[in-house]
Design a protein around this ligand. Structure first.
Ligand SMILES: *Cc1c(COP(=O)(O)O)cnc(C)c1O
Length: 235
């Protein structure tokens, strides 16, 4: 049964997280596990909720709309690129936005949040792999960009997010994680935008153990919980 499969995968995953934390000499509660449910049906999320999850990572606003309607008690972290014209909807529905990389989107989110009278936790996405296909700021843009976030009263910057290079070479992947951690240390040292930049969102199904070793505070795990996804359609 599918339900059993999700529960089993969550248990196996939890054991690996605990082991990775132990190897890194870090307490388990320093690492948040964000289940990534993109492309998966509401029924899969309902099963994951029975394992104790409440917040899910999604990368499309439309999918959050549908799943929120199906599961009113769930909450959603938007972890994918956001277009300005979807920002108002995202401000309404997401409790966290992990892929901020444009001031236009920041302004659009802030405007809507002001009218809603609430704030939104945001993480700034950094392209640490240097791949053209990736969203996120170039590392050298991060300090200035983060400084400008203080102009948006309703955005609460809590950290940085990255997708590492898809590689089996641990040095290459680890270098991406180290770069994110270094940027975070600089932001922290300078108290940029009056935030302590606590969150380092890095690590996915294939590289979360290494990310934990490099200081991750939030791993975003899809496949290892929900099973594989269909390959994205060519557009
Ligand atoms: C899909 C996705 C994930 C999860 O990827 P898996 O390899 O399935 O664990 C994590 N982060 C982001 C930004 C994603 O889009």
């Amino acid at each position: 049964m599918i339900e059993q499969a999700i529960q089993d995968r969550v248990s196996a995953l939890e054991e690996r997280i605990v082991a990775a934390c132990r190897r890194a000499g870090r307490p388990r509660d320093q690492v948040r596990l964000l289940p990534v449910s993109k492309t998966k049906p509401g029924s899969a999320l309902a099963e994951a909720m029975e394992c104790g999850f409440r917040r899910f990572g999604e990368n499309r606003v439309q999918e959050i709309v549908a799943k929120q309607a199906y599961l009113p008690e769930a909450e959603f972290a938007l972890i994918g690129h956001l277009q300005t014209n979807k920002a108002a909807k995202a401000a309404e529905l997401a409790v966290e936005f992990q892929a901020l990389d444009s001031l236009r989107v920041a302004a659009a989110l802030d405007r809507k949040l002001q009218t809603l009278g609430r704030s939104l936790d945001v993480l700034v996405e950094v392209n640490t792999s240097g791949e053209d296909s990736k969203f996120g700021l170039a590392p050298e843009q991060v300090m200035e960009f983060c400084g400008q976030l203080k102009d948006f009263d309703s955005l609460n910057p809590i950290g940085l997010m990255t997708i590492a290079m898809p590689s089996t070479d641990e040095e290459v992947v680890g270098a991406c994680f180290d770069q994110l951690a270094e940027l975070r240390n600089r932001l922290r040292a300078e108290a940029v935008a009056s935030s302590s930049w606590d969150e380092l969102s890095m690590g996915m199904s294939n590289d979360f153990e290494l990310a934990i070793a490099h200081g991750s505070t939030c791993i975003r795990v899809g496949t290892a919980i929900f099973g594989s996804r269909p390959a994205p359609m060519a557009v």
